[in-house]
Design a protein around this ligand. Structure first.
Ligand code: PBG
Length: 336
């Protein structure tokens, strides 16, 4: 006689309502953070050739409208990246009171009050002529990124972002000690409630290339391998996270997200008591767009599968250029 299997996993997959009832991962608009490029010296939104459907915004009504439209669909958190019109060796335009990020933060705070969570990416690469995430110094004719000089500048930038109204500062330089330096500076100036979302585990990834076009932040010489992590390493991620936790990080981040799902899971398992963000980066976005624009893949199905995978791996917050479309798709129902 043929034996009947007593346990049939397929019973729980027999139709959509059953599958939806037992789904382990649910995406909500609360999970999403929208990255926004704000640029000085333009008067209307500008396209980015390597990132189809993503725009750079001027600090005016068009920025307000974009954020308001997303807010109304449920995206209540934004992370701002500045594209300044002047750069120097010391990233001065990153900490000026009327810098592009500072002006954006003030405008958005005035417009939205506390309805929208304002996160400021804290780095120097968009503001320096050399495009590095720190201060460049020389030993003879050999350049190096001066870690401890950089900390002073990062602390200054973070403070000016907090003064301009940032709820959260997000140091993305991977300088040693940057989280602690920022925490001290904020606390000494009374910004004890300003949150720090640390790019704790940021890999030296090729998938940032389109962003570097979007933000004109490619390094003019050298690369970022002495500060960002080696893609071959996993255990080292725990060392970086441990340090950021000790230095006072409130929220941790793994970046990129899609390429590093194992790292998201590793960090979540080892530090479950900390909220974890993951950044679906520009190159990961643009690869999907390229396939979609060639008619090779269904955009909605692909993006929902990937974004659920990032959440399933352990991310509590997902930074994604797809946030505007994801909230739209969520209202239509997921195709699983
Ligand atoms: C550095 C920074 C980068 C990104 C976010 N913050 C670029 C880099 O390290 O070169 C990349 C984000 C993306 O690719 O979407 N300020």
């Amino acid at each position: 006689m043929v034996g009947y299997p007593k346990i049939r996993p397929r019973r729980l997959r027999q139709n959509k309502i059953v599958r939806d009832s037992v789904a382990e991962t649910r995406l909500t608009p609360e999970d999403l953070v929208l990255p926004v490029f704000v640029k000085e010296g333009i008067s209307s939104p500008e396209e980015i050739s390597s990132m189809p459907d993503v725009l750079r915004y001027p600090v005016n009504d068009s920025l307000i409208k974009f954020i308001d439209d997303n807010y109304n669909k449920g995206v209540k958190k934004v992370i701002l990246f500045g594209v300044p019109s002047s750069k120097d060796n010391l990233a001065s335009s990153a900490f000026q009171k009327d810098g592009v990020i500072q002006k954006s933060l003030k405008l958005l705070r005035e417009t939205f009050g506390n309805k929208v969570l304002l996160i400021a990416d804290e780095c120097t690469d968009e503001y320096t002529s050399h495009g590095h995430c720190g201060i460049v110094n020389y030993r003879g004719d050999q350049y190096y990124i001066d870690n401890d000089e950089s900390l002073k500048v990062h602390a200054k930038i973070a403070l000016s972002q907090a003064e301009a109204g940032a709820d959260v500062v997000a140091p993305s330089s991977m300088m040693d000690g940057v989280v602690g330096a920022i925490r001290d500076e904020l606390d000494q100036n009374g910004y004890t409630d300003t949150l720090i979302m640390a790019y704790s585990v940021k890999y030296a990834s090729v998938f940032y290339s389109p962003f570097r076009e979007a933000a004109s932040s490619a390094p003019a010489f050298g690369d970022r391998k002495t500060y960002q992590m080696d893609p071959r390493n996993a255990n080292e991620a725990l060392k970086e996270v441990q340090l950021d936790v000790e230095e006072g990080a409130d929220i941790l981040m793994v970046k990129p997200a899609h390429t590093y799902l194992d790292i998201i899971r590793l960090v979540k398992s080892n530090f479950p008591q900390y909220p974890l963000a993951a950044y679906h980066v520009s190159g990961e976005y643009s690869m999907i767009k390229a396939a979609v624009n060639n008619g090779w893949i269904n955009e909605k199905a692909a993006v929902l599968e990937i974004t659920h995978a990032i959440k399933r791996a352990g991310a509590n917050l997902i930074l994604t250029y797809y946030a505007p479309m994801l909230v739209q798709w969520m209202t239509e129902g997921v195709p699983f």
